[in-house]
Design a protein. Sequence first.
Length: 77
Amino acid sequence: MMHKSTFLALQAASQAYLTEKLPDNFLELSEEDQDQLLVDTAWQPIETFTASEIWYLIDSHADTILRASGKIVETAL
């Protein structure tokens, strides 16, 4: 099961590449429906990308968000 903060980072990152953020039920969708959603809501400059290419962008961006937020927390402590 995915940690809530990881999914929230994915939702935040998705807004950089999709016309709408990932829905709250995204992980409950079938892989086929997830792929279709990514392709259907892709931002115009990446509308020719495959679902896996779009997911890679979102996942990489989310990882950056999580690492940056971790450093902010470490600095605050």
